[in-house]
Design a protein around this ligand. Structure first.
Ligand SMILES: NC(=O)c1ccc[n+]([C@@H]2O[C@H](COP(=O)([O-])OP(=O)(O)OC[C@H]3O[C@@H](n4cnc5c(N)ncnc54)[C@H](O)[C@@H]3O)[C@@H](O)[C@H]2O)c1
Ligand SMILES: [Zn+2]
Length: 393
């Protein structure tokens, strides 16, 4: 699937120019290009990237940036990134926001605009997002709208942000009436996924990111799924080489889907495997109690169980999926919220089209498809028998 140039395979491997001194570490730094015509951009993945100013400077329109981060990630990495940029003559304005999904809102977005205007940031000033998906989404939306659009760079520091939100160009904030309801498509100029930053990530957040990684294998990449089965322990041990490979394959899969379907009309829906059920779990348990990735893991098991009941995959396949999520320290049993509660939460999900709920199901391991043809009785049986009373504390 990897082409030798962007036109053949849409995604091209690029030679790495690295100034890192440890030769062993640089050999497994990877770069892929998200092919979106003139908005194409590189994603660099591997250890030690935060120290490499040369990966950032070619993408700056002026030697001035604003770095948006939060009170958790800032103390860990902001000083280092600012120092590296200062070393090559790039001035940076730090904007440190409170930490949490509840701050992915209009008021916090405005704090970014306040700082940019107070410091007279210009149209050529690049906004750099340093943090997880919350910071990435907020900063990207600020970049899309400040002075009708300024350049944007992502330095994702959670596994979820490195494998998911840094590819695809979706940016935005939450509204009290719905998650991610206000936003824009805005592509970054470059993404730096430094695997070393994952060393400070809490275990639970690492596992939540692995749910999305496993998802890519399940929906379209059996060889990657098999690699994950063989290497899950290395990923949990935060082996930089294994993480680099897993992030690369995840971004490649997402980039291929996005390149074919940037605005989510068809194929892109496959990325929502486990998400319709997962969103119902997140909402039903009260937002914040289950991490998104945890809900996606349990939701994917429900989608797998429904696929089995529809005669698409075997009980052995379901057990194999459960085993992989369990080894990633993710919940495999969805909570018993009650069939009616599930249906109510799923009914308001945004994947509803023309009044019919569309499901992402598995045809086999490594191949998902979208269908609205799901017998109600099988759905209800899955929701009542495929869930337990388990409540994660
Ligand atoms: N734009 C997209 O395509 C897209 C895709 C998926 C998810 N998202 C969004 O991403 C958000 C979730 O992202 P997330 O899971 O990264 O959550 P997050 O940004 O809230 O980060 C999780 C926690 O980890 C902390 N953290 C981040 N990096 C760290 C590090 N290196 N060391 C220690 N702690 C660190 C954060 O401060 C936070 O407390 C949601 O708002 C979701 O809607 C967007
Ligand atoms: Zn997700």
């Amino acid at each position: 699937m990897l082409g030798s140039d962007a036109s053949a395979g849409r995604i091209a491997r690029q030679p790495l120019q690295s100034s890192c001194h440890d030769a062993n570490r640089t050999t497994f730094v990877q770069t892929l290009t998200v092919a979106l015509g003139e908005r194409s951009y590189p994603i660099h993945i591997g250890p030690g990237l935060l120290d490499q100013a040369a990966l950032i400077t070619p993408h700056l329109a002026q030697p001035r940036v604003a770095i948006v981060t939060n009170t958790t990630v800032g103390p860990l990495y902001l000083g280092r990134l600012r120092g590296v940029l200062e070393g090559v003559g790039v001035q940076s304005l730090p904007i440190v926001l409170p930490d949490g999904e509840q701050y992915k809102d209009w008021a916090t977005l405005n704090r970014i605009f306040d700082a940019l205007l107070e410091h007279r940031a210009e149209r050529k000033t690049t906004l750099i997002a340093l943090g997880g998906g919350v910071i990435g989404d907020l900063t990207g939306f600020a970049a899309a709208t400040y002075q009708r659009g300024v350049p944007f760079i992502q330095v994702p520091t959670t596994l979820l942000a490195q494998v998911d939100s840094s590819v695809g160009g979706k940016t935005g904030i939450n509204h009290p009436l719905g998650k991610n309801m206000i936003g824009a498509f805005w592509q970054p100029r470059v993404v730096l996924a430094d695997t070393d930053t994952l060393n400070t990530l809490p275990d639970r957040e690492l596992s939540a990111g692995l749910a999305e990684v496993i998802k890519y294998g399940l929906i379209r990449d059996l060889p990657f799924l098999e690699w994950l089965e063989a290497n899950m322990d290395r990923l949990l041990a935060r082996d930089a080489q294994a993480l680099t490979y897993a992030i690369y394959q995840s971004c490649r899969n997402k980039a291929e889907v996005v390149a074919a379907d940037e605005r989510e009309s068809g194929q892109r829906a496959l990325l929502n495997l486990g998400h319709t059920f997962g969103h119902a779990i997140e909402a039903g348990m009260g937002y914040g109690n289950w991490l998104h990735g945890e809900a996606v893991a349990a939701g994917t098991l429900l989608a797998a169980e429904l696929s089995r009941r529809m005669g698409l995959i075997s009980a052995g396949d379901v057990a194999r999926i459960a085993d992989l999520f369990r080894r990633a320290n993710l919940p495999i049993q969805a909570p018993a919220l009650g069939v009616e509660t599930y249906l109510a939460h799923m009914g308001v999900d945004k994947k509803v089209e023309g009044g019919r709920l569309r499901f992402v199901l598995l045809k086999k391991l490594g191949e998902a498809f979208v269908t609205a043809e799901v017998p109600e009785a099988l759905l209800k049986a899955t929701l009542s028998e495929g869930t337990t009373g388990l409540v994660r504390t």
